[in-house]
Design a protein. Structure first.
Length: 450
């Protein structure tokens, strides 16, 4: 891990993590995009401008990848990018694309926003472009994990390339478990997790931690528990069925997940209701907590001795469960702006990225949410990034993948906000879990009816 990476999820100390509080949908109006011509005159110099967020792989886009692609095109194509914090990124996408702006040729999107981009015709699909113009380069999908493509495949065609794949990871202090005489995971259930949290809360260390201060972060803590009750097909999520009806409390799983969160509150650090994504890594790096379950891309610095006091003392495995072992999967995608004046060049750049070396540059820039299969199969890479051992346990235990909710609806961020407000009210004791789930269902139904 490069020493300039801070404990927060990124390479710049002044910026927040990959995910933080999702804000409102904004005042975006639906727009129908009529894309410009794909043709460009041979030899014309072209600049591709990319909307980026502030995480390691986007650092590579703006530096080593830009340099390599400029050389690949003989200096004809330059790559520039604008990085911004996560909470500003969503609003920027809506502002730019809803107005038909061609400022950015490629936009990067987190999982939960993709349907809004596609349903509003703000982006142009890669495989639909290839179908219309066979002269475009082929797209190499075989060297990459399929998980994130759940979210960007429409009518059997892939619309984007994905830069990363993230999934929940159970992070634990191996030395503290050994001192307490606790057999390490996998595969734990949440009763074992609670018991360990109780035993490990001592000597100034909290047994566990949650991130309840941010919408997306808190929903992660809740959904990590919801996902362990009932089997779920890979393309479905746990919030809405195919008719957009609430299913998050089927068999009382939403209530039970809240109860699981409440039972570990006494063993969390003070301020747990204020913690968001940037607060997670320091809790573990500074030794304030012994156990935590959260997204893989939160933890790139735990084994870097320059920023972590306990480097080398962490273990990584699959999330605990109450019934079935299945993991949500998510990942950032790169889409061509439907209003771009350089769609062909944007396609050619993304096709070049799928050749592989660009993804190695992501890793060299400090990215840990790897999706490139040769990297994931490399013993050297696994030794460099111990966090990736979670994939070995996923394969060994037969853990299955499921979708990150509620990715299928245009107003996904709003639906997530409604459920979050009810979950956090119940965890805080302002209402019962049962009342919170009833209210959440009612509010989501109203939102889906418009």
């Amino acid at each position: 891990m490069p020493k300039n990476l801070n404990p927060v999820r990124g390479a710049h100390t002044h910026t927040p993590s990959r995910r933080t509080v999702l804000k409102g949908l904004g005042a975006a109006a639906a727009a129908t995009a009529v894309g410009p011509s794909l043709k460009a005159r041979a030899g014309d110099a072209v600049n591709l401008n990319i909307m980026l967020t502030n995480i390691p792989w986007t650092d590579a886009i703006s530096s080593t990848i830009a340099e390599a692609y400029n050389a690949h095109t003989g200096g004809r194509v330059t790559i520039t990018g604008e990085q911004m914090p996560y909470e500003a990124h969503y609003e920027k996408i809506i502002l730019e694309l809803s107005s038909g702006s061609s400022t950015f040729d490629i936009v990067t999107s987190d999982t939960i926003w993709i349907r809004q981009l596609v349903n509003n015709n703000w982006v142009t699909g890669l495989e639909p472009m290839k179908a219309k113009d066979p002269s475009l380069p082929d797209l190499n999908w075989k060297d990459f994990l399929d998980g994130p493509y759940l979210f960007s495949t429409f009518n059997g065609q892939r619309w984007a390339i994905h830069a990363t794949q993230s999934t929940p990871v159970f992070v634990y202090r191996k030395d503290l478990l050994e001192q307490a005489g606790i057999e390490p995971p996998p595969l734990w259930n949440w009763d074992q997790y609670l018991d360990a949290a109780k035993k490990l809360t001592k000597n100034g260390v909290s047994g566990t931690a949650m991130l309840l201060g941010g919408q997306d972060a808190c929903m992660g803590d809740w959904m990590f528990r919801v996902m362990g009750y009932d089997p779920n097909p890979p393309g479905n999520d746990f919030l809405l069925n195919d008719d957009n009806e609430p299913i998050f409390n089927e068999n009382d799983r939403g209530v039970r997940a809240i109860e699981r969160m409440k039972e570990i509150l006494p063993y969390c650090p003070q301020g747990v209701f204020n913690f968001d994504y940037p607060d997670g890594p320091p809790l573990m790096q500074e030794g304030q907590a012994a156990l935590v379950v959260h997204w893989l891309d939160m933890w790139p610095g735990l084994d870097d001795p320059s920023i972590s006091k306990f480097a080398g003392k962490f273990g990584y495995t699959v999330s605990p469960t109450d019934n079935v072992s299945q993991h949500m999967v998510a990942g950032w995608g790169m889409f061509i702006n439907a209003f771009s004046e350089h769609q062909r060049e944007a396609y050619e750049f993304l096709a070049w990225m799928l050749e592989g070396p660009a993804y190695q540059m992501f890793r060299e820039a400090g990215e840990t949410t790897l999706i490139y299969k040769p990297d994931l199969a490399s013993p050297e890479v696994k030794a460099q990034i111990p966090l990736l051992s979670v994939y070995d346990d996923i394969n060994r235990l037969g853990t299955t993948y499921t979708a990150f909710p509620p990715y299928k609806v245009t107003n996904a961020a709003e639906v997530q906000r409604l459920v979050y407000e009810e979950v956090i009210a119940a965890v805080a004791g302002d209402k019962t879990p049962q009342a919170a789930m009833r209210d959440a269902e009612d509010r989501v139904v109203k939102a889906m009816r418009g």
